[in-house]
Design a protein around this ligand. Structure first.
Ligand SMILES: Nc1ncnc2c1ncn2[C@@H]1O[C@H](COP(=O)(O)OP(=O)(O)O)[C@@H](O)[C@H]1O
Ligand SMILES: [Mg+2]
Length: 244
């Protein structure tokens, strides 16, 4: 099996609290892997260890077969690990285009050094997520769904081979969710492997090839999407308390 990402016993302790406890999983090249679990389960902590913004307490992480232990976040971005943030912070005062051009300048393989080419690539990324008409606007003036798209475009501008999406659909309405699902499908069609963390079950169902479930920092179930979502342990730990 060709895994683009493999976690081996990843663990993160915050003082007394074990936020992620010995989690192992593989993400196959070209796959969309769903990650679900109740609030506080450790999902964002796991993403932070993959992107490199948090150092694991124990365990190892392989990207394209090589350990990235100790490799800082900016270098992981250069290697091709891209991410969005659960709370989107656009660079204030900068235009939508400039916000995404920054992503292009700092992206994979050291980024695009030429500013005009960075802008052109940023524009292409914005068009691919339906923000082509907003490029001249101030980024901090964008509404909720457009901020999510901006975040996605900024991550894409870095030309990731693996994209980590942490609750990009939070706060969106049903129509907007459908649009972002389509955006994510287009991203995958470009050959980008994706880890999608989402509370929106419709999105997990329609996007994920496989799903794994975190509960109190531990992986409790993993498998095909339909099978996992109907597993009694998952319904008990998570879906039973879901509102949608
Ligand atoms: N920087 C931190 N310091 C201390 N505790 C943290 C920190 N980040 C997360 N936690 C705790 O770790 C647990 C997992 O959090 P998180 O990964 O954000 O969960 P999720 O994304 O699944 O909601 C929670 O109990 C949270 O309070
Ligand atoms: Mg989270």
């Amino acid at each position: 099996m060709d895994a683009i990402l493999e976690a081996r016993g990843l663990t993160k302790r915050f003082h007394g609290l074990v936020a992620v406890n010995g989690v192992s999983f593989q993400l196959r090249r070209g796959e969309i892997l769903g990650l679900i679990g109740p609030n506080g389960a450790g999902k964002t902590t796991l993403v932070n260890m993959v992107s490199g913004t948090l150092a694991p307490t124990a365990g190892d992480l392989l990207f394209e077969g090589r350990s990235v232990r100790g490799v800082p976040a900016y270098r992981r971005a250069h290697l091709g690990i891209g991410r969005t943030f659960q709370v989107m912070k656009p660079f204030p005062g900068m235009s939508v285009l400039e916000n995404v051009a920054v992503g292009a300048l700092f992206g994979a393989n050291g980024g695009e050094r030429n500013l005009e080419r960075a802008r052109a690539w940023a524009r292409a990324c914005l068009e691919s997520v339906g923000l082509g008409k907003r490029i001249a606007q101030r980024a901090d003036a964008l509404g909720g769904p457009d901020r999510k798209r901006l975040e996605l475009a900024r991550a894409l501008a870095m030309k990731p081979r693996l994209l980590l999406l942490d609750e990009v659909m939070a706060g969106l309405n049903h129509v907007e969710i459908e649009e972002v699902i389509e955006d994510i499908r287009r991203v995958r069609a470009q050959g980008i492997s994706i880890l999608v963390i989402e509370h929106v079950m419709k999105a997990i169902k329609s996007l994920s090839d496989r799903v794994f479930v975190l509960h109190h920092g531990e992986k409790i179930v993993e498998g095909g999407t339909a099978e996992v979502l109907s597993d009694p342990r998952v319904v008990e730990a998570y879906l039973g308390r879901q509102r949608r």
